[in-house]
Design a protein around this ligand. Structure first.
Ligand code: UDP
Ligand code: MG
Length: 322
């Protein structure tokens, strides 16, 4: 009997300290599942500046030695080494491109996504679901502003985009081969993976999990990076921010017309009255601001069109160790 293969896609960016504990814990789970599944681990070194690559190579060697003694398990580790840091979305893309399993599971390298959830994801997959989404039950690892921003983002995204992205679902999920093949067809440059995963559809189910604190180190997503990720998320899946200006412009024009008519009649009846500095300034400044925002939104989309037109690859690989 040939085992079904499960590919784990794990992006590593400056996780040197975390590599050994990660594999230690992951292997415990894989060991329990070895009778039923073969595992392919696709580790992406996303241009780390610390010892992540060395640690990955070391972990791979240790594991290979261990597996040689234990010929019951089928586990392989592939290391994809990027030429520089391309970001998590690019790392996930590379991992998915190189994953060959019947199911693919992207997960973080910092143990925030507990490996112990893998059996639950696989169980749902066996029940026939093509996508099994891990949904975090709480955001206790986030501070207040982060929670608020996340809630706002998911609400807004659901309102103005055609795809449905369930709240508090990240990249941690299981995807059937059919889903992965669909995802691979989306070659856009602005890669908001959560959105891409949701866009392809398929039969999905939610599984709750408790997010853990980072094993070591600190998150590489600061407020500015998260803001830009959110912008990518919105602009990649909605044109509402572009189109809203038509309606806003219409509304402002209508208001202006009504006010103009009023001033016109008032001037005819009561004659000219000179004061009006305040109202003029307010109108000029307000409309100037509104127009700049409109141009800014155009710029957001134009910039993304520019990067799509250049069609550069999402990542460059220095070497693959497998
Ligand atoms: N990551 C990556 N490239 C980056 C930033 C992060 O591959 O440029 C990886 C990182 O190593 C981790 C995962 O993406 O495995 C999530 O990153 P992090 O824990 O910093 O983000 P958070 O959990 O705070 O969202
Ligand atoms: Mg993390």
């Amino acid at each position: 009997m040939t085992l079904k293969t499960v590919s784990l896609v794990i992006p590593f960016f400056n996780e040197g300290q975390g590599v050994a504990p990660f594999f230690q814990r992951l292997m415990q789970t894989c060991h329990k599942l070895k009778a039923r599944y073969a595992f392919q681990m696709v580790c992406i070194n996303d241009g780390s500046t610390d010892a992540t690559l060395d640690e990955l190579v070391k972990a791979r060697q240790t594991l290979m030695g261990f597996l040689a003694d234990d010929n019951a398990s089928e586990i392989t580790i592939t290391i994809i080494d990027f030429s520089r840091n391309f970001g998590k979305e690019a790392a996930l893309t590379a991992g998915i491109d190189h994953a060959t399993g019947d199911a693919v599971i992207p997960m973080d390298a910092d143990l925030q996504h507990p490996p112990e959830l893998l059996p639950v994801l696989l169980e749902k997959w066996e029940e026939g679901y093509e996508v099994v989404l891990a949904q975090r039950t709480s955001r206790h690892t986030d501070h207040f502003a982060q929670k608020f921003a996340a809630r706002l983002f998911y609400k807004l995204h659901q309102k103005i985009s055609q795809i449905h992205m369930p709240a508090d679902v990240g990249d941690f999920r299981l995807m059937d081969r059919r889903v992965v093949n669909a995802v691979k067809q989306l070659r856009e440059n602005n890669r908001f993976m959560k959105g891409i995963f949701a866009w392809v559809g398929f039969k999905s189910v939610l599984v709750p999990f408790e997010v853990e604190a980072r094993s070591t180190g600190h998150s590489s997503f600061n407020v500015w990076k998260l803001w830009n990720l959110a912008l990518d998320g919105i602009t990649s899946f909605s044109t509402v921010p572009l189109r809203v200006w038509t309606y806003l412009g219409g509304l402002v024009s209508l208001t202006a017309f009504l006010y103009a008519s009023y001033i016109f009649v008032r001037t005819l009846v009561y004659g000219v009255d000179t004061p009006g500095y305040a109202s003029l300034m307010i109108a000029i400044l307000f409309l100037g601001g509104v127009q700049l925002i409109g141009i800014g939104v155009l710029g957001e989309y134009l910039g993304r069109v520019y990067s799509e037109v250049k069609a550069r690859p999402a990542y460059i690989i220095r070497q693959i160790i497998s």
